[in-house]
Design a protein around this ligand. Structure first.
Ligand code: C2E
Ligand code: MG
Ligand code: MG
Length: 548
């Protein structure tokens, strides 16, 4: 058979399983050129289970009682040149006398049903004409099943209109429907370059994007979508402004399910709501499985009630004198069923389940109690730095709680520091700038934690006036081996000093790193090299050593 007789996505395979010929489109399924594909064993271009399956089919077809029927269809997964997988439908027929086979390979995600204009009616929303939740499920599952080159991802943007109920109640059903139609149209128009737009129900829209581009791109595109929604909507002589809270979850293409992605995007969206609405939030890359999330939530609630949480403390030292400057309080939870659960794991769950306010107050209370205990035992204490979640800062009662606890334990405000992560700063910079000023007036210093891992700009920093900037350990730990990281650390130190903040390096694990930091002008450090976090009793030697 000659090339120009080959149909779209067609391969010709010899009786011994070698690819004799291929159309351009078939070669592109394997991300290879026709020349490179020819001469290869078909089995070597399939994933392991498809290989087994094809071997079995070949055995079957070699039996006179079960010859290959023309048009016989089988699901096979093609292995692309870069190692990624493409689930496909293979249609076989015999071609010629010599036992050669022809097979047409159609990637499942290219099946016509996945074009949203061709989704069945029941997969569409009647009001906006967009695919509905069922349609979205179909589109996402096809995207997740289809393999793509390494680095490709499927992102789900979950958009929920803020206070939509007030439009329904204040202006009536017809106006509310018109608003939904208008938002649907805007998203479809402005979101075109971004992905497929669906209305999953009520006032919730989804945008599905399959892309090789990074999360950074989504971080630029999502605010554009939000601005499109926010433009005034003229309806029945009224001008309405609608805002939305947006959650984004991203999944590597291989594996995963609609429900898992939807759950993460939904959680991220709820978090955006709690961050004050009219904002967006990206779900963490490492998802907590649903069941575990539920178990953590239930057990954490009980642990808090029954006093089974603890604070450990890690010394923060002055890099020049080696003296103790402060302690950082870190939450510890050892659950009888779940074992030791890291705060990096349970804090996000607490934030999502409304537990963070209570958990956060407990931490401040506990730290102040410890400070008072050290003061009475050693005549002096050291400031304790407490980590604060952005969710806590949003709570109206935060400042009042703080003052009450400081008073109750007679703790001078200067003995308490609050650590807020850089990402909290981005989500609500205006609110945090005001809050930071009030805390400064009160005398409580605020530090920016994990600096370098978020995307804050210098303007945020200027308005925030942090007392300290803590450089994330991902930069610190490589300053000896990576010139760029050393340059970043040096720049952060200079910048922090320029705005009057002290600099603390996190995660110092060796003396050499500590010395390098000191030479770069860094003020303080914490890390395993100096001491691991430990229970208060284990740190008493530090207090005895410290000057009052
Ligand atoms: P963080 O505030 O950046 O805390 C520093 C983390 O680095 C701690 O992890 C600490 O144990 C660890 N660490 C300290 N020195 C070293 C070192 O030399 N090498 C390495 N590899 N790690 C070091 P931990 O205790 O697992 O806490 C993780 C994060 O959880 C904290 O990061 C903080 O963001 C959060 N967290 C902990 N306690 C609380 C809390 O009470 N409230 C809130 N909102 N968040 C908390
Ligand atoms: Mg911290
Ligand atoms: Mg940190």
């Amino acid at each position: 058979m000659r090339m120009n007789f080959l149909g779209s996505c067609e391969l010709v395979v010899s009786a011994c399983g070698m690819i004799d010929d291929a159309s351009e489109s078939a070669a592109s399924v394997f991300a290879m050129s026709v020349g490179a594909l020819k001469g290869q064993l078909l089995l070597n271009r399939l994933d392991t289970s498809s290989r087994e399956q094809l071997r079995a089919l070949w055995r079957e077809w070699s039996q006179p009682s079960t010859p290959l029927r023309a048009g016989s269809e089988h699901a096979l997964t093609a292995l692309r040149a870069d190692g990624s997988l493409v689930p496909s439908l293979a249609v076989f027929r015999l071609c010629g006398e010599d036992g050669r086979l022809s097979l047409r390979l159609q990637p499942l995600a290219d099946q016509p049903s996945l074009n949203d204009s061709q989704l069945p009616e029941s997969f569409h929303d009647a009001l906006t004409g967009l695919p509905n939740r069922r349609g979205a499920r179909e589109l996402i599952e096809a995207s997740l099943q289809m393999g793509t080159p390494v680095g490709h991802t499927v992102s789900l943007v979950c958009i929920d209109l803020d206070n939509f109920r007030s439009i329904n109640e204040g202006y009536g059903h017809d106006v509310a429907e018109e608003v939904l139609r208008c938002v649907g149209t805007r998203l479809r128009q402005r979101g075109q370059g971004l992905g497929r737009v669906c209305r999953s129900g009520g006032d919730e829209f989804l945008v599905i994007r399959r892309s090789d581009r990074s999360e950074d791109e989504m971080r630029r595109l999502v605010p554009q979508l939000m601005r499109a929604i926010q433009e005034p909507i003229e309806v029945c002589g009224e001008t309405l402004i609608v805002t939305a809270s947006v959650g984004v979850a991203t999944h590597d293409c291989a594996g995963g399910s609609f429900d898992a992605l939807m759950q993460r995007a939904g959680h991220a969206m709820s978090r955006a709501k709690r961050l004050g609405r009219n904002t967006w939030y990206f779900a963490a890359r490492d998802p907590i499985p649903c069941l575990q999330h539920q178990a953590i939530k239930t057990r954490l609630y009980r642990a808090l009630e029954q006093g089974r949480l603890a604070l450990h403390y890690q010394p923060i030292v002055d890099l020049r004198s080696g003296e103790l400057r402060a302690f950082e309080a870190l939450m510890r939870w050892n659950d009888e069923q779940l074992g030791e659960v890291s705060p990096a794991r349970f804090i996000p769950v607490a934030e999502e389940s409304g537990l963070m306010g209570a958990l956060g107050s407990w931490t401040i209370e506990q730290a102040c109690r410890q400070s008072a205990a050290w003061r009475s035992a050693y005549g002096a204490s050291r400031p304790i730095a407490v980590n604060i979640s952005a969710v806590q800062l949003q709570r109206g009662e935060f400042e009042e709680d703080l003052r009450r606890i400081l008073d109750a334990h007679a703790i001078a405000p200067g003995m308490l520091q609050l650590e807020v992560t850089e990402s909290a700063l981005i989500h609500d910079s205006a609110h945090l700038a005001c809050m930071s000023q009030r805390l400064r007036e009160l005398g409580v210093g605020v530090a920016i934690d994990d600096f370098g891992t978020g995307y804050s700009n210098l303007l945020y920093l200027k308005h925030f006036h942090p007392a300290k900037i803590k450089i994330d350990r991902s930069f610190v730990q490589t300053i000896l081996s990576k010139d760029e990281d050393r340059a970043i650390v040096r720049a952060v130190i200079d910048m922090a000093h320029a705005i009057g903040a002290r600099v603390v390096a996190e995660g110092v694990e060796s003396g050499a790193v500590g010395r390098m930091l000191r030479d770069l002008g860094c003020d303080e450090a914490q890390g395993y090299h100096f001491a691991r976090p430990g229970p208060a009793e284990a740190l008493e030697a530090w207090l005895v050593r410290a000057d009052p």
